[in-house]
Design a protein around this ligand. Sequence first.
Ligand code: ATP
Ligand code: MG
Length: 329
Amino acid sequence: MKRVVKVENLKKYYVTYKKEAGFFGAIKSFFKREKKIVKAVDGISFELFEGELVGFIGQNGAGKTTTLKCLSGVLYPDEGKIDVLGFFPFERKKEFLKKIAFVMGRRGTLYWDLPAIDSYLLYKEIYEIGEDKFERTLKELSEMLDFDKLLNQPLRNLSLGERMKAELIASLLHRPKVLFLDEPTIGLDVVMQKVLRDFIKEYNRRYKATILLTSHYMEDVEVLCKRVIVIHKGKLYYDGDLQTLKKKYVRAKRVEMVLKERVEREKFEKIGKVKEYSLPRVVLEIEREKVPDKIKEVLSRFRIADLSVSEPDIADIVRNFFLESNESF
Ligand SMILES: Nc1ncnc2c1ncn2[C@@H]1O[C@H](COP(=O)(O)OP(=O)(O)OP(=O)(O)O)[C@@H](O)[C@H]1O
Ligand SMILES: [Mg+2]
């Protein structure tokens, strides 16, 4: 398999200055600033191969966005080597930019007052996309995302999910081979999350694109990624199969119920770990192997309006991982 990305001992530190509170504090900080160094990325190494779709996970502040910014050439790394398709990203060579895309779910790049199509025409010039390829790609992408009818709407008229579709199309018009997707599904409802997830999967399959994706939603990672990389406080702790990680560190499932009658909290505490108790909704965490029996018990003892079983979220996996591997947390 062809290697597309190689990161070796990447480090990126931010220098910030402590600010003291209050007026005198502000004056004091002005004359004598106390330096604070944030080791956002602290020596990570990994490789990505052509066509891989890899989940990049970790808690808030782990260093995911910083890494993606280094990989796409937005930030200059302090140390280490980065090779993306044979380029050093920060040089931002045209040939490099034509082959990658960096999408941030939390920040849009398109003009608010213009319809998406106007921005796309601008991108066509910037990325020197030929007429034919532009039309073909735009048609294909907007069909895949069911965006045809919205092309002429000013962006500010669109919903959050529709705007994300518009952003994705914009970043993919030049048909990049390597995608850095930073929380592309953030804040969207479950239906829209699924639409985008399916799209990412299809883009990966159709164009053999290599994708590094961050998300706080387990569902995204579960559906899209066979392999995951876990980072925490700038360091890499796991790089491998998602199922192996889950089997080892996730022994419980979430069981969510809506009750038809009032049941005391204590009764649920005998069944599993009560994660939420806000009647009529109750959420339990139950060990994987015991789920079927426990559900049977719940259904026979209480009147239940609705019940669903799901995987725990990414934060839980990462937490267990650290708790059990005795890493400082
Ligand atoms: N421009 C900056 N200046 C100073 N510190 C920063 C800057 N950007 C990020 N940081 C710090 O670097 C660390 C890593 O941040 P980063 O945004 O890479 O984390 P993340 O894994 O993307 O988190 P999240 O899941 O919340 O998006 C954090 O402690 C953050 O506060
Ligand atoms: Mg981030």
